[in-house]
Design a protein around this ligand. Structure first.
Ligand code: ADP
Length: 139
């Protein structure tokens, strides 16, 4: 299996509800290694780039408000088949439809407050890692 990197954001609901440690433990227990981490406050410009596929959707302004409501934690995780494996660990977008045992199933609330962002393809992972981290910040 290919060694991959993927970009994670621990969303405002994850930090507000005190789940960051448990979520990170799930990733580490799955054998994924932390290669980069930082806390940052998202801006309108960064969100418009990151969620470009959603800007025309009616709920986009609500997403922006939510994602800016408090700082997020960004992570670069590395491991074999990391992109697909992290998406499996998260479960589907709507936390209410996510199985127990998945991160969203255990810690999420609904479609928007769903604990984590994770890259959905290796191409997007490469773009997203560069969006949030400079080369010297990934180890
Ligand atoms: P994912 O994060 O699972 O890759 P998307 O890229 O489709 O999902 O959506 C990005 C984020 O936008 C979701 O994680 C969620 O926070 C929010 N979102 C998506 N769909 C909805 C929706 N129907 N209602 C409210 N928020 C949504």
């Amino acid at each position: 299996m290919p060694l991959e990197r993927t970009l994670i954001l621990l969303k405002p609901d994850c930090l507000e509800r005190g789940h960051a440690g448990q979520v990170l433990a799930r990733f580490e227990s799955a054998g994924l290694a932390v290669r980069g981490t930082k806390m940052l406050r998202l801006t309108d410009a960064l969100l418009a780039e990151h969620y470009a596929h959603l800007t025309s959707r009616p709920f986009y302004p609500e997403i922006v408000q939510f994602m800016k409501s408090r700082p997020v934690v960004a992570l670069v995780l590395e491991g074999e088949n990391a992109v697909a494996r992290v998406r499996d660990l998260l479960g589907p977008t709507d936390s209410k439809k996510a199985a127990k045992g998945t991160i969203r199933g255990d810690f999420g609330q609904e479609s928007m407050r769903n604990v984590c962002h994770a890259s959905d393809s290796t191409d997007n992972a490469a773009l997203e890692v560069q969006r949030f981290f400079s080369a010297s910040e990934v180890f």
